[in-house]
Design a protein around this ligand. Sequence first.
Ligand SMILES: NC(=O)c1ccc[n+]([C@@H]2O[C@H](COP(=O)([O-])OP(=O)(O)OC[C@H]3O[C@@H](n4cnc5c(N)ncnc54)[C@H](OP(=O)(O)O)[C@@H]3O)[C@@H](O)[C@H]2O)c1
Length: 256
Amino acid sequence: MRALVTGASSGIGKVFAEELAKRGYDLVLVARRKERLEKLAHDLSSIYGVAVEPFVADLTDFDKLRELVERFSDIDLLINNAGFGLISPFVEIDTEKGLKMVDLNIRALYYLTKEFSKKMVKRNGNEAGIINIASTAAFQPVPGFATYAATKAFVLSLTEAFSKELEGRVKIMVVCPGPTKTEFFNVAGLPNMRAKFIMTPEKVVKGSLRAFEKGKRTYIPGFFNKLLVFLQRFVSRELALNVVARFFYEKPEGEV
Ligand SMILES: NC(=O)c1ccc[n+]([C@@H]2O[C@H](COP(=O)([O-])OP(=O)(O)OC[C@H]3O[C@@H](n4cnc5c(N)ncnc54)[C@H](OP(=O)(O)O)[C@@H]3O)[C@@H](O)[C@H]2O)c1
């Protein structure tokens, strides 16, 4: 079995790579930071005896996406994990950066999901699967984090719908983590973010792989994250919007 993990140079993606290597998967690891990918590939292959191929790429570059699909047509498990957010009022986000976020979080994920799922269906291997990483931000609009939340809403909606279409043929799951201890908030421009219920990437990934083995369609790691998403069903969209705005827009340095 061979898995392809995007965004494997840090955080959740790196832990996915480690956990899958432990389970005996050969790996293709994708990200932009070459040294990190090469070191991880070397470490995992020497510890677990699996074949690990680093593929250095900016996934907002469409030629690289195409090359990835052509070179690794026999992937059994795709983990679409690469993504980033920017905490800033919508009008103030640099337009190029905002579009890069859309290109990575939506366009790259869409293309890889589509092309690899076509190949998986053709090969008719019921072992094949895809895990897409969304966020708890997918469940409501987030002032101050508007583009990011909208990209993750796309990932959640798309993945749930087409996993139903491919039920019984390809296993597809969407993961919606809440705040997780990775480089995410540094990149997002909020290095001092404190969250009461922050999770480790190890917990997020181990839980995700267990849920995937059980055949879940949607997985929200952590009791508190599940509770928050559940409670949203009982409040109006306007109230949810006002509450979320307090944390990310009105005083983004506060505690979530
Ligand atoms: N941490 C959280 O609180 C949290 C919560 C909910 C959802 N998530 C989601 O979880 C996923 C993983 O994030 P993380 O928390 O592990 O953050 P992270 O530590 O910042 O990791 C992000 C990964 O994406 C890669 N990446 C970024 N831009 C890329 C590009 N243009 N092309 C290729 N790779 C790129 C980065 O590698 P390079 O920089 O080397 O390219 C890195 O490996 C993301 O989709 C994120 O939205 C995170």
